[in-house]
Design a protein around this ligand. Structure first.
Ligand code: HEM
Length: 511
């Protein structure tokens, strides 16, 4: 560091330290682990954060202060407190904290995910609720989802019936990732980047490279992110962000142009999000940054979450064969064995729906939701939450709280048959999609995708553990991160259940 910067650094450090002390003296903050100077509790937080926070809550109580460097984060761990955050103080706690990466990726919150709550957010959210995720559009895009699940069935059938593969285990994630990728890229961008043999084209490769480059850059942030005065001393590699955003924009523009040309040629507008956004851009007064941001938000928010949900559900179903058999009995009774299931069967498959809910209860893909930020001073659980505080709801811990769930660690879908329980934000005991104004706009789409994938997986195949592996041997630990994949990808053996090989063929839908 240039030595002439020392006095400024010390000045900034002192300012941050006084702010920290002032906050602690002026306000009645929730209790929490003792913070160390400068780093706060950063070095005490274990990698799988929601588990660490759940353990700490046992010691410090259901509302806790944790210092990420100089940033105060309050974490709540009961359904009553979740209600205070997401219902009673919803509007004041609906901003998003943005680090330097998310600022650059979202161009200062011009998308939806990283936008603060305000006129821009309200406008874009309205567009999502009324246009992109309307029941009508979900229904119009149903053929894409059904095409993709049948493609998944075909790929698994091919994998498990090859002469030397029979009885061999397969990695479930490999097959479900393809469906999620194709589904979301087709819904959002109207493009299937993969051919019938599972080979991704050049544009698809570029697309994937952009997604993984974004994750890589995002994960490369240092501890300086949490310490305001250090941030100034550790500037980011702006060129890295500039070239990433440029590359992303180039691909997006190309796809937008293809859509505009196709529309001009056929005179018809398609139903994909990209077409909806192009048509509604003027009506909603959307900038290019917002259109691009929204399209990529869908990829970020919609792809891994569905893969994670299905993989965890499958892990429970192979560990609990009686539950698997019960879903299969329901599928055979309702759908039969002579045709393929489709989304219109859902309403007659209550046990399948209960399996989806029970899996999301025990394994919410975003266990701490997305972070919220206070835009004003509020009180939670009798404590002060100063403006600017980040607020996290530990939905993983709440859904396992023995005070509100009977035998919470038991995987028992029947609990959702015995009692009608909403999972889209009305019941604060189970919040896989959050609740309130920032509740996931893709919740119904996500539920349909997960139910459809699980329904097809279970109707077409019997799933068992590889020989010699006992249910208790399955690694049920989570990987660290904002979304929680299984730490060890699930390996299972698939055996076809239906007699007619034609039912295992992809039913192609061009749209
Ligand atoms: C099982 C699947 C899914 C789960 C568990 C899930 C969960 C969540 C959660 C917990 C949030 C944050 C809520 C909050 O901050 O309070 C969220 C936000 C969001 N989700 Fe989902 N999601 C899923 C699928 C999807 C899909 C398929 C899409 C779109 C294609 C989507 C789009 C979004 C967007 C755009 C946001 C940001 C909303 C905002 O900030 O206002 N999600 N999701």
């Amino acid at each position: 560091m240039d030595s002439s910067l020392f006095p400024i650094a010390i000045g900034l450090f002192l300012a941050a330290a006084s702010y920290f002390l002032l906050n602690r003296l002026r306000f009645k903050l929730p209790p929490g682990p003792r913070p160390k100077p400068v780093v706060g509790n950063l070095y005490d937080i274990k990698p799988v954060r929601f588990r660490c926070f759940a353990e700490w809550a046992e010691k410090y109580g259901p509302i806790m202060s944790v210092w990420f460097g100089s940033t105060l984060t309050v974490i709540v761990t009961t359904s009553d407190l979740a209600k205070e955050v997401l219902k009673e103080n919803d509007q004041q706690l609906a901003d998003r904290p943005r680090n330097r990466s998310t600022v650059r990726f979202s161009r200062g919150g011009k998308d939806l995910i990283w936008a603060d709550y305000g006129p821009h957010y309200v406008k874009v959210r309205k567009l999502c609720n009324l246009e992109l995720f309307s029941p009508k559009r979900l229904e119009l895009l149903r053929p894409i989802r059904e095409d993709e699940v049948t493609a998944m069935v075909e790929s698994i059938f091919r994998a498990c019936t090859q002469p030397d593969e029979e009885g061999r285990s397969l990695i479930v994630r490999d097959h479900i990732s393809g469906v999620a990728f194709n589904n979301i890229t087709r819904l959002a961008f109207g493009k299937r980047f993969m051919d019938a043999n599972g080979v991704i084209d050049e544009q698809g490769k570029e697309f994937k490279a952009i997604v993984s480059n974004g994750i890589k850059i995002g994960a490369s942030l240092s501890i300086a992110e949490f310490i305001s005065w250090l941030r100034w001393l550790c500037p980011l590699d702006e060129e890295l962000y500039r070239s990433h955003n440029e590359r992303r924009d180039r691909l997006t523009v190309k796809i937008l142009e293809e859509h505009t040309k196709a529309r001009q040629k056929s005179g018809q507008t398609k139903q994909h999000f990209v077409d909806a956004l192009l048509t509604l851009k003027d009506q909603y007064d959307l900038s290019d940054d917002t259109v691009f941001g929204l399209l990529w938000d869908m990829i970020t928010a919609g792809m891994d979450t569905t893969v994670i949900s299905v993989e965890w559900a499958m892990s429970e179903l192979v560990r609990n064969p009686h539950v698997q058999a019960k879903v299969q009995e329901e599928l055979d009774r309702v759908v039969g064995r002579d045709r393929v299931m489709n989304e219109t069967d859902f309403s007659k498959l209550p046990y399948l729906q209960a399996v989806v809910k029970e899996s999301l209860r025990l394994h919410p893909p975003t266990p701490l939701m997305l972070p919220h930020k206070a835009s004003a001073h509020v009180k939670l659980g009798g404590y002060d939450i100063p403006k600017g505080t980040n607020v996290l709801v530990n939905v993983w811990a709440i859904a396992r709280d023995p005070k509100v769930w009977k035998n919470p660690l038991e995987y028992r879908p029947e609990r959702f048959i015995e009692e009608e329980i909403d999972i889209k934000g009305a019941d604060f005991r189970i919040l896989p999609f959050g609740a309130g104004r920032r509740v996931c706009p893709g919740a119904q789409l996500g539920i349909n995708l997960v139910a459809s994938m699980l329904g097809h997986l279970l109707h077409h195949f019997k799933w068992s553990l590889p020989s010699g592996v006992r249910p208790e041997d399955v690694d049920m630990s989570e990987s660290p991160g904002m979304v929680t994949f299984m730490q060890t990808p699930l390996k299972t053996v698939a055996t076809p259940r239906l007699d007619d090989p034609n039912l295992y063929k992809r039913v192609v839908v061009e749209m």
